[in-house]
Design a protein around this ligand. Structure first.
Ligand code: NAI
Length: 465
């Protein structure tokens, strides 16, 4: 039997970050992971999707290179090579985590853990079963793709994001069920690579819950890429017919048939809180099966913590990592709380959407008198020079104090701007602080400074009455 200070179940961006921080605090740590270190994010999620999106963008850029004076012949796609390149990136990153574990003397067991008691795990691995006794445990088991009835992945036509990022050829036709984060990221990447994409979305809008002003810009690009969007439409069933999938959808009660080479199911994710014997030791779950935690990531059972997707929304890698750092500090006896004012979120569509803090509607609902400012990329020298002028940066401030409450942006590369916006909110910056801060020229970061100026009607590069 092993005896450790801390046992961590899951080596995703929650678990591996917590493990390294605990090792820095001189704790004796074991991590139990049933698949590869890095979790969904590094292996089959964030990183491979960004690699595929990058590949799709290069393909698009080559097709539009003639606009700036290049003569481009026909551009071929070697899917196998792209997949190998993508896998190489994943291997470098996961290999790096393996090395960090070794350097920090973190013990990694490849196996599946469940709770035997409130102080002991039972771990099943290739070598058999072993018991791991712990003083503290962190559950960081993540989430899995939700599946709708009738659309269970069967290996050929129907798959989730995992299959969607590993197709061996570019599907001629791709039917995406769910117009949320995953559906639109993967849908727009394949549309960029030439697939005829149809998005089937149950609600009345794409990316439900995201400010419609932002979504509209992405929807315009989807139209440019000939993506067919069916709103208020539910996928009912499918069958194989003549080497294609025939999909039955129901749009406001009327049935319609679509054909496709592949069906990508992206209808949300569910927490991995089953098969851990949590009920045996009395760990409380909420109505949606997320583990209930307090602001120190403690569950209702003393010494047992939960972080990341299995511990509630938002299901974002950076939220899992942050929670991992907080849990590690709490376990090490530090005074620490999860006290995040600004949780950024990025949707890697073309163009990207990035948000942090409150949008205008949310700020009003919270009782603020708000002032807003908006600066379009078409007025940015850098955006023009890059040939990517769609979108804008919008700032929401408290009219009474000028404090920045939120920023919402849509445009090429906004994923790299949202960090500054998060820092501004965390530091309690005013829009005047952001306007007075010198931003380097020519960069897209100037658009944050200009958006802050627009709040006060003093922008230089757009005319405000
Ligand atoms: P999602 O919740 O973003 O979107 C699911 C969509 O499917 C919704 O629009 C919903 O209305 C629709 N839907 C549900 N049932 C349906 C049905 N039967 N027929 C048609 N449409 C249906 O979920 P998604 O895209 O699967 O992603 C899961 C989570 O993973 C996200 O909420 C996000 O937290 C995380 N994620 C984050 C990313 C990022 O940070 N860039 C990228 C990908 C995922």
């Amino acid at each position: 039997m092993k005896q450790v200070d801390v046992a961590i179940i899951g080596a995703g961006p929650g678990g591996y970050v917590a493990a390294i921080r605990l090792a820095q605090f001189k704790k004796n740590v074991v991590v139990i992971e049933k698949e590869n270190v890095g979790g969904v994010c590094l292996n089959i999620g964030c990183i491979p999707s960004k690699a595929m999106i990058h590949a799709s963008e290069i393909y698009q850029k080559m097709h539009h290179a003639a606009e700036i004076g290049f003569t481009v012949g026909s551009v071929g796609i070697d899917v196998k090579k792209i997949q190998n390149w993508k896998e190489g990136i994943v291997k470098r990153l996961t290999g790096g985590i393996g090395q960090l574990f070794k350097a920090h003397k973190i013990d990694l067991i490849t196996g599946e853990a469940r709770f035997k008691t409130r102080r002991m795990l039972l771990v099943k691995s290739a070598g058999g079963e072993e018991e791991v006794a712990f003083d503290s445990a962190i559950i960081a088991t993540g989430s899995s793709s939700a599946i709708i009835p009738g659309f269970k992945p069967e290996g050929k036509y129907v798959g989730t994001s995992t299959e969607g990022l590993s197709y061996s050829e570019i599907p001629k036709e791709l039917c995406v069920i769910g117009g949320g984060y995953i559906g639109l990221e993967i849908g727009s990447l394949y549309a960029g690579l030439g697939s005829a994409v149809t998005v089937v979305e149950a609600t009345a809008s794409l990316l439900p819950g995201t400010d419609p002003e932002l979504v509209q810009v992405v929807a315009r690009e989807l139209r440019r890429r000939n993506v067919k969007v069916l709103l208020n439409t539910k996928a009912v069933s499918w069958k194989e017919m003549g080497g294609k999938a025939k999909i039955l959808v129901s749009k406001e009660g009327k049935e319609e048939e679509l054909t496709s080479d592949k069906i990508l199911v992206a209808v949300g994710r569910v927490p991995n809180t089953k098969n851990l014997d949590l009920e045996k030791i009395g760990v409380a779950l909420d109505a949606k099966d997320f583990i209930k935690v307090n602001d120190q990531l403690k569950t209702n059972i003393d010494g047992i913590y939960a972080i990341g997707d299995c511990a509630g929304q938002p299901m974002l890698a950076h939220k899992a990592s942050k929670e991992g750092l907080v849990a590690a500090a709490v376990i090490a006896g530090k005074r620490e709380l999860y006290d995040v004012r600004a949780m950024p979120a990025v949707i890697f569509t073309t163009p990207e959407i990035a948000t942090v803090g409150l949008d205008e509607a949310e700020a009003k609902a919270e009782g603020y008198t708000v002032k807003t400012g908006k600066f379009p990329f078409v007025a940015s020298g850098k955006a023009l020079a890059s040939g990517e002028t769609d979108g804008f940066v919008k700032m929401v401030v408290d009219a009474k104090t000028d404090r920045v409450l939120g920023l919402q942006m849509v445009g090429a590369g906004v994923s790299n701007l949202i960090g500054e916006a998060a820092l501004a909110i965390e530091m309690g910056a005013t829009s005047e602080d952001m306007a007075r801060t010198v931003h380097p020229h020519p960069t897209l970061t100037e658009t944050l400074m200009e958006a802050a100026e627009t709040v006060h009607g003093t922008a230089i590069h757009i005319f405000q009455k």
